[in-house]
Design a protein around this ligand. Structure first.
Ligand SMILES: C[S@@+](CC[C@H](N)C(=O)[O-])C[C@H]1O[C@@H](n2cnc3c(N)ncnc32)[C@H](O)[C@@H]1O
Length: 222
């Protein structure tokens, strides 16, 4: 199963790998992205893949159903990551594996956003906090019963101009479903954005603002 398959990149690769002896289910909540995935499958020769529009946290997982559960760049978007990992563990066959990617807690200029929020008394559900370091990934996976945990770190990132870095956040958008911004007035949003912009300016160097995107590739066995 490929959780939060989006345009199906991972699900389609997996379907090619398992071949006619295997089967892949890709699930996502975004109709438009799933349509792109379906289009790709329709123009391929694949017969072993189903793409379903359903919330990953509502998918009726059965015990010992899957050999592998994959989730690329999306596990941090789930509302209860620990519960989902536990559910995935139960739904894997013995010796089945989970594989997902996630980012360091300091990626995507998150500290500047979190600090701006903190100054205004808002707690940001930091989408990269729960799994934001190899140690945290290891701890959470161990807690829910996984073993043979392997975490590869890739140092990624690039320099942005101060203007580009400022444009990365509008003062109110956060990908996690539990975002704290919906009740804010336009004035409050404007103040948050101004605080974020000041922090970005202070991060500027000759090369620009470093936009860290350190990625962890995590594999663990049941
Ligand atoms: C950054 S994209 C990653 C897509 C894909 N896995 C990839 O690597 O190309 C995040 C995806 O998570 C999906 N998503 C977010 N929350 C979800 C949920 N609760 N259930 C299913 N899909 C979800 C979004 O619709 C989006 O397709």
């Amino acid at each position: 199963m490929d959780v939060a398959t989006g345009t199906g990149i991972v699900a389609i690769a997996a379907a090619h790998i398992v071949g006619t002896q295997g089967h892949v289910i890709g699930i996502d909540i975004a109709t438009e992205l799933l349509n792109q995935a379906k289009q790709k499958v329709a123009t391929s020769s694949l017969q072993n893949i189903d793409l379903l529009e359903i919330d990953a946290e509502e998918y009726p997982l059965k015990p010992e159903q899957f050999d592998a559960i994959l989730c690329s760049s999306a596990v941090v978007l789930l509302t209860d990551i620990s519960r989902s990992l536990g559910d995935w563990h139960r739904s894997l066959k013995p010796a089945g594996f989970v594989a997902f990617s996630c980012y360091s807690a300091t990626s995507f200029l998150t500290p500047a956003i979190a600090q701006a929020c903190e100054m205004k008394g808002l707690t940001l559900p930091e989408i990269n906090k729960t799994l934001g370091s190899p140690e945290r990934c290891q701890q959470l996976l161990t807690q829910v019963g996984f073993s043979a945990i392997n975490i590869q770190t890739e140092q990624r990132g690039s320099y942005l101009s101060v203007e580009q870095a400022k444009n990365r956040w509008d003062g109110k958008t956060w990908l996690h479903p539990n975002e704290p911004f919906s009740g804010l007035t336009p004035n409050q949003v404007q103040r948050l954005k101004a605080d974020y912009d000041r922090r970005i300016e202070s991060l500027g160097t000759e090369k620009g603002v470093w936009d860290e995107q350190t990625t962890f590739f995590v594999v663990a066995r049941k």
